[in-house]
Design a protein around this ligand. Structure first.
Ligand code: HEC
Length: 183
């Protein structure tokens, strides 16, 4: 009797695990592959939305594109790329709440994921400062890259306009010409 209950329990557990895996893959959160021995997930780009989901603080009337971009950076990009665009450095992680500092152990970013979790890459590059962004030819190229690839865990989830505002901010911080326009 007891062994039948155990078998039934195992079967139910397996079915639940299967359902969760199918759901994760469907959600685009669980397409994992091994890269240089490190498990990384490959986010599936969402189509660029027309409506924004961001709630930005009130901005002064004379705020520039780069000023608004700075707020979007703070809300969406900063946790990964650092408060000064320095990348995910040990020094930046040390500013976090101690229990969150080892991001790879938490339930959010380790291989055992909560529904809203994702696997955090171990290396996140600097995007502000000397010798960063050298591979981009200009604003159009940079906007296209971030629109198609960022934020890393949910690419394409901002509006095209928001990617332009972010581009203006990143260019300004790198002392490159911020006078860009979408056309
Ligand atoms: C979950 C962490 C994460 C978040 C959030 C994130 N990024 Fe990234 N970003 C990465 C990783 C990892 C790479 C490196 C990807 C690669 O090389 O394939 C990267 C690369 C980049 C690069 C290219 C840098 C280079 O020189 O190659 C830019 C630019 C960039 N991110 C901008 C942004 C912007 C703007 C946002 C906010 C919309 C953002 N990222 C949000 C993790 C993140």
């Amino acid at each position: 009797m007891r062994s039948r209950i155990i078998k039934l329990g195992l079967l139910v557990l397996l079915l639940v695990l299967l359902a969760v895996s199918i759901w994760l893959v469907g959600e685009g959160r669980a397409t994992m592959f091994i890269e240089s021995g490190v498990i990384v997930s490959a986010p599936i780009p969402s189509p660029t939305p027309e409506e924004s989901w961001l709630i930005l603080p009130p901005m002064p009337a004379d705020a520039t594109e780069a000023d608004i971009g700075a707020e979007i950076y703070r809300l969406v990009c900063r946790d990964c790329h650092g408060d000064r665009g320095q990348g995910l450095t040990d020094e930046f992680r040390a500013t976090w709440n101690p229990k969150d500092q080892n991001c790879w152990q938490s339930k959010c970013h380790a291989p055992v994921l909560l529904p809203e979790g994702f696997i955090l890459p171990h290396y996140i590059p600097a995007i502000i400062g000397p010798n960063t962004l050298a591979r981009f030819e200009g604003a159009v190229d940079l906007q296209k890259y971030i629109r198609e690839n960022m934020p890393w865990h949910d690419p394409g989830s901002l509006t095209s306009e928001e990617y332009w505002l972010l581009t203006a901010f990143i260019l300004r911080e790198n002392e490159l010409d911020p006078n860009i326009s979408p056309d």
